[in-house]
Design a protein around this ligand. Structure first.
Ligand SMILES: [Mn+2]
Length: 450
């Protein structure tokens, strides 16, 4: 990992230099940001450092507000604020890393800013990238703050992963899959959303503060809520289905994985047996549909085209499963598939779970909005080598959206839809790396080896 990290730093140095030069800067100060307490409280949310800094140095190592990096054409120099602190333990240096950056620690912010100011003094035009307002009183904060031209270039480049980043994302996938396997076993065992969540955390080696996004652990009809956030302590009766969307992190890089299961006992439940068999079949069909879409991923393909292909396949599934008694072409052209899946096919993945730049079509910052009928699509730019993104088709029975189908009259099989509502919905989500010849499915590779 350390030689990959070395190469990553070399590439990052070059990418940042090119971007800074293009925008007329010869240096940039990157600020981790600060923690902010809750209203009238001395407690606050977890500290989430500026990802522009995390790209240089592993998130666990930053660990602390107010760290800074100076990028000026050489490997960034890291200024670490490490006050004498008997309340907290010092952030650990991640194994095999942090040797390629010059790291200097300071016990006081004043001393750190003085040293930084001296370094900046050698630059003619320095900007800074910080989550904090420009006028926060820090004496290093001179020049432009978060200049659009530079941020656009950096965000655009973030989509192309270095070998180090890919290795980190493979590890994040492995950890996430360990969690998913334990969660599936806990569900089969009759666990509640809460105990499934805890099983995921334990097996993936994470606390609730480590996960890249809040776990979605949705049993039965809760799976119809796209970002369902609760963790019910009670076991739903009867236990029918589980949709779990949960990931892990390695060196700050995320995995984002979703699986849907039917409970093995559903077949024994008189009233839900028929619908259970149909739902199990729909899961199988969605899983194979998802793999068909992944197999089409290659550079130069438009992600929007793949999203549209998904809706065509979904229309076919709605016809063949007799949920809608129209031809697949009619289902597609009437926009009926959007009722069953209102979210986009996927998004860029990296330091942030919905990583930046998905709708940015060039380094200058030009944006491509999603089409009107797919407003939630986060990824509109063409697919290119070294991108990592998700492919996550869904099929849900969402009451508020199903109500729109009333306008379509007789073609809707309400008996079947009503029987399937208690199962919530289906989402199958993998993380895909675009390669020279096609793509590599990081998630399925991890499932296959564990
Ligand atoms: Mn996702």
């Amino acid at each position: 990992m350390s030689s990959l990290y070395h190469d990553h730093i070399q590439q990052l140095t070059s990418t940042w230099s090119t971007a800074m030069t293009a925008c007329g800067f010869d240096a940039a100060v990157v600020h981790a940001g600060r923690t902010h307490d809750y209203f009238q409280d001395d407690q606050g949310p977890r500290f989430e450092p500026n990802p522009n800094l995390t790209q240089w140095v592993a998130r666990d190592f930053i660990g602390q507000e107010d760290c800074l990096a100076l990028a000026n054409g050489e490997p960034a120099k890291l200024f670490c604020y490490r006050p004498v602190d008997y309340w907290h333990a010092e952030a650990p240096v991640p194994e095999g890393l942090a040797t390629d950056l010059e790291v200097v620690t300071y016990a006081s912010l004043n001393a750190m800013h003085t040293a930084l100011t001296q370094h900046i003094g050698q630059s003619a035009n320095c900007c800074h990238i910080s989550p904090e307002p420009a006028n926060d009183g820090a004496n290093w904060a001179t020049g432009s703050t978060n200049p659009d031209a530079l941020i656009n270039r950096l965000h655009y480049q973030r989509a192309f992963k270095s070998d180090f980043e890919i290795a980190a994302m493979r590890e994040a996938s492995r950890l996430g899959v360990l969690g998913h396997q334990a969660a599936a076993a806990e569900f089969a065992n009759g666990g509640s959303e809460f105990s499934i969540h805890m099983a995921f955390l334990a097996a993936s080696g994470q606390t609730d503060l480590d996960v890249p996004y809040g776990n979605i652990v949705a049993v039965n009809q809760n799976a119809s809520v796209l970002h369902y956030q609760h963790k019910d302590r009670h076991v739903g009766e009867p236990l029918l289905s589980l949709l779990i969307d949960a990931g892990a992190r390695s060196h700050g890089y995320a995995s984002d994985i979703t699986r849907t299961y039917i409970h093995p006992d559903t077949a024994k439940l008189g009233s839900h047996t028929m619908a259970g068999a149909t739902f199990a079949e729909l899961i199988k069909r969605m899983d194979s549909l998802q793999q068909t879409l992944v197999s089409q991923v290659r550079s130069n393909l438009d992600y929007l085209a793949l999203h549209t292909t998904f809706h065509r396949h979904l229309a076919q599934l709605l016809e063949e499963s007799q949920l809608i008694s129209l031809s697949a072409d009619e289902i597609f052209s009437k926009g009926i598939t959007e009722v069953f899946c209102p979210h986009g096919l996927g998004h860029l993945l990296g330091l942030q779970v919905h990583d930046v730049g998905g709708q940015q079509i060039n380094a200058d910052g030009e944006q491509k909005a999603p089409p009107e009928n797919y407003p939630s699509l986060r990824m509109t730019r063409p697919i290119e080598e070294r991108m990592v993104f998700t492919i996550e088709p869904g099929l849900y029975f969402i009451d508020s959206l199903l109500a729109k189908l009333k306008a379509h009259g007789d073609c809707v099989n309400w008996d079947l839809i009503n029987a399937l509502r208690p199962f919530g919905g289906i989402r199958i989500e993998d993380n895909v790396l675009v390669t020279e010849s096609g793509c590599e499915n990081l998630t399925r590779a991890a499932f296959a080896t564990l």
